[in-house]
Design a protein around this ligand. Structure first.
Ligand SMILES: Nc1ncnc2c1ncn2[C@@H]1O[C@H](COP(=O)(O)OP(=O)(O)OP(=O)(O)O)[C@@H](O)[C@H]1O
Length: 270
């Protein structure tokens, strides 16, 4: 069954034919007097899995949270689904928010809610639906991410790390998003669970036509799941391309990340 709430699609026609589903233009974000991102530009193409990498503290999560409107910016614009997010009415903003799914670092499930109730949080936030329909929808999302319906009534404290990630992904998919944000989705998972999670993301992209914006440190995810990789350094996107492009990049951090000992062991494995 796939009874899905009708997501009002934004009506403006400017997105038709546009390849970028999200454009970040001239983004500057700072805290106190320290700038974390400065005049950053980035396009996320429709249907791609874009990996965001960079040394710790370079602002990957800040970038993700800024796009979601959770961090205030000094300047910059976001063009999402062809619409400048600054110029939206409340109705239009809600319609755009319904097309986004987010998996925060560590899952961020509500500990006092069951898995089923966690998945229903976005449904309650954006729609008024009968409980029975929300239950059916939530169970279908559990199946989509490979969790058995038995997990529905468990609480986050009763789940393994891998199950928490899957439950959080089910919640991120609750509203059938078109653009999915993942913050370190495989951190804390053993290599096999991480690989299964990468496969799941790729399968969901292929079957649901999702676009994925994924912050990650995981070289496996970068090589197996991502179509392109954006490297954050010096407060901006310093380079963007596929693995081959980045392996040829002479910048010291990029070179060491993509061709250093850890990377070579990785490529040997694949
Ligand atoms: N709310 C905040 N207030 C003040 N400083 C912040 C805030 N959020 C982030 N920062 C700072 O911004 C910088 C970038 O943080 P961010 O979490 O984006 O790094 P990151 O690249 O995701 O790092 P990691 O790979 O370690 O997760 C850090 O120096 C962090 O301390």
């Amino acid at each position: 069954m796939t009874a899905t709430p009708q997501t009002p699609q934004n009506t403006a026609s400017s997105e038709t034919g546009a390849r970028a589903i999200l454009s970040v233009k001239g983004l500057t974000v700072g805290f106190s007097s320290r700038l974390v991102l400065e005049n950053l530009d980035l396009d996320v193409q429709r249907g791609e899995i874009l990996g965001i990498v960079g040394a710790s503290g370079t602002g990957k999560s800040v970038l993700l949270r800024s796009v979601l409107g959770l961090v205030q910016r000094q300047s910059g614009q976001f063009i999402m689904f062809g619409h400048n997010t600054e110029k939206l009415s409340r109705q239009e903003r809600l319609a755009i928010e319904r097309r986004l799914g987010v998996l925060f670092q560590h899952g961020a499930l509500f500990s006092s809610l069951s898995v089923l109730q966690n998945i229903q949080v976005p449904m309650r936030e954006y729609y008024t639906l009968p409980q029975r329909l929300m239950d059916e929808l939530a169970i279908s999302k559990l199946e989509l991410v490979g969790l058995s319906p038995d997990a529905a009534h468990k609480f986050p404290s009763e789940l393994s790390g891998g199950m928490i990630k899957r439950a959080a992904l089910a919640r991120a998919l609750a509203l059938d998003p078109q653009l999915l944000f993942l913050d370190e989705p495989t951190s804390g998972l053993d290599p096999i669970s991480a690989e299964e999670f990468d496969d799941l993301i790729s399968t969901l992209r292929d079957t649901l036509g999702l676009t994925v914006f994924m912050v990650t440190h995981d070289l496996d995810s970068l090589s197996q799941a991502c179509d392109r990789i954006a490297v954050l350094a010096e407060r901006r996107v310093l380079a963007i391309g596929n693995m081959n492009d980045l392996q040829k990049n002479p910048h010291p951090w990029i070179k060491s990340y993509f061709t250093g000992k850890r990377a070579i062991r990785q490529w040997d494995k694949n």
